[in-house]
Design a binder for this molecule. Sequence first.
Ligand code: BTN
Length: 283
Amino acid sequence: MAADPPARPPLDPSRLATQLGRHGNRLRIEVLPESPSTNAELADRARAGAPEGTVVVAEHQTAGRGRLGRGWDTPARAALTVSVLLRPDLPAVRWPWLPLLTGYAVARTLRRSGFDAGLKWPNDVLVRGRKVCGILLERVEARPTTAATPAAVLGIGLNTTLTAEELPPTGTSLWLESGTPPTEPDRTALLAELLTTLLDEYDAWRSAPDDAALRAAYAGACTTLGREVRVELPAGGPLVGDAVDIDPDGRLVVRGPDGPVAVGVGDVVHVRPASGSWEVRRG
Ligand code: BTN
């Protein structure tokens, strides 16, 4: 028997506010019925000096931005498309860990909800080897007329109820991964849990003297490690080898034919399917 199509109810802003718990007073969340891109919207606000904790959610994102210049569009209320503004008072050399931290927080949230989520470096969240969430971090300088420090706009696109017909073959959604018959995730509760976990991880990271604890936690969740990978490098490539480590700057270390190479940007393909399992080394 065919499964009922998902109903896709709207987010409930008042329930969201009550479910945010300890971080509720740090967040200013706006749910827009439609937006071309929550990252573009929040970047404009960041340039104008919007404070840390500003969050923009779109029920329907129509021209979303993806990594490496790609797009990211989803049907109305079939995903969580959300951008979070942070202003980390940390040296720029530590910023590359922010997108990895965000992916880690999403994977952790999903695992707490019972999904077998893992990370494909740098920050694709996979369930059973298929991508359920993409993350795009954009650094934004404030206008000189504001006193604001540089902002990180963390964009998260989490597929909640997309159907197989609405997804590329490499993608999946929580609805599709929920069992038989599929059940719809409660997007309001999920968003509250995601924002709570993200801020917990952010607080732990920025109060730590360095990135070592996050590096260990991330490596434990990263299903790319230990696999043979093919990396499409922006300048040249591909590089084929074994993914052996995450270096102190968050780069993937691939042992290729000419020895280890630390990769900072690029598209990674797991040559053999990922299991999605991870080893939790923290918390
Ligand atoms: C990727 O290519 O994997 C990253 C996709 C990031 C998409 C999210 S959806 C919310 C936010 N707004 C955007 O325009 N992009 C990000």
